[in-house]
Design a binder for this molecule. Structure first.
Ligand SMILES: [Zn+2]
Length: 300
């Protein structure tokens, strides 16, 4: 029976924040069952759970959490790696607000977690099983989740740029698929926006070492996948949904999403408790929705 997991040992690393440009020391530490994923601003003595209830700020370029006077920023790539590698319980200790960007992907976090190793705890893993569709729309942006026996993501991006007008991808997200197909995909940005971001004090730590930069006619650094952009959006969505506090069993479908839409959706899902239920990961998937309809309450 799938049990909750934590790290086998402490995993420390240093890096710089993409937006702050500041050097940060971070350590992933083993935690007990039902602890969940929590950040600790060691410099402020404040613990911040990785949960939608702690979302703070506009969530435009990154996903940030806030509690009391403390915040943690750019949490999504690390959360994506932790949840995809089945790390349910971990304390993430930091001495600065922003999680280091590393190479702009989740691959360095995968490496760090795998190097530390994981171990089982004496408690079953709890999963969110989707029972009926939930959707959030914002103009031409859309995100929805549908019942599915496994976690699956379909992502579509459309930009007004010749290099990435339209990319769509669907993947069943197992640990191995995440490691091979999603984790290496890097953050991307448009060259023409870099100067504007810097004037606003953002992207100060950004460089060709940690982001794919898209110019007018081509990318400034070699791609890891032809469709690296849509893969990175999948990475972001998985990390943002980790703020639900439990892995999801359902099919996530996103069109033109971003952190604001992903996180708004996570919050909306928790506001619709009729649309899902917690199950131990060992429990079989529920019967098809149609077979269960008579037993369900009428729609409101
Ligand atoms: Zn990202």
């Amino acid at each position: 029976m799938p049990a909750q997991r934590t790290l086998r040992q402490v995993a420390p690393v240093t890096g710089i924040g993409l937006h702050s440009g500041q050097k940060v020391s971070i350590a992933l530490k083993p935690a007990p069952a039902n602890f969940g994923i929590r950040f600790l601003r060691a410099d402020l003595g404040v613990e911040i759970p990785a949960h939608v209830s702690c979302l703070g700020g506009a969530q435009q370029l990154q996903t940030g959490l806030r509690k009391d006077n403390a915040s943690v920023e750019t949490v999504e790539h690390l959360l994506s790696a932790l949840t995809s590698l089945g790390v349910d319980n971990v304390l993430i200790e930091m001495n600065q607000a922003e999680v280091p960007i590393m190479d702009g992907s989740a691959a360095p976090w995968v490496y760090l977690i795998q190097a530390a190793g994981t171990r089982e705890l004496a408690a079953p893993r709890r999963t969110i099983e989707i029972l009926s569709p939930v959707e959030v729309r914002d103009g031409d942006k859309r995100i929805a989740v549908y019942p599915s026996k496994d976690f699956k993501v379909t992502y579509t991006i459309s930009f007004d740029h010749p290099l990435l007008r339209h990319q769509e991808k669907t993947l069943d997200i197992t640990e191995q698929v995440f490691v091979d197909e999603i984790a290496p995909a890097r953050t991307f940005g448009f060259l023409k926006e870099v100067e504007m971001l810097r004037q606003r004090g953002q992207a100060l730590g950004g460089s060709l070492d940690n982001a794919v930069v898209i110019g007018e006619t081509g990318v400034l650094n070699p791609l890891r996948f032809d469709d690296e952009f849509v893969r990175h959006k999948m990475l972001d969505a998985i990390g943002d949904l980790a703020l639900l506090g439990a892995p999801i069993r359902g099919h996530l479908v996103v069109q033109r999403g971003g952190h604001a839409l992903h996180t708004a959706f996570a919050a909306e899902l928790l506001r619709q408790p009729d649309a899902w239920r917690y199950v131990d990961a060992s429990a079989p998937a529920a019967a098809p929705v149609a077979a269960r309809v008579p037993a369900r309450q009428p729609a409101r």
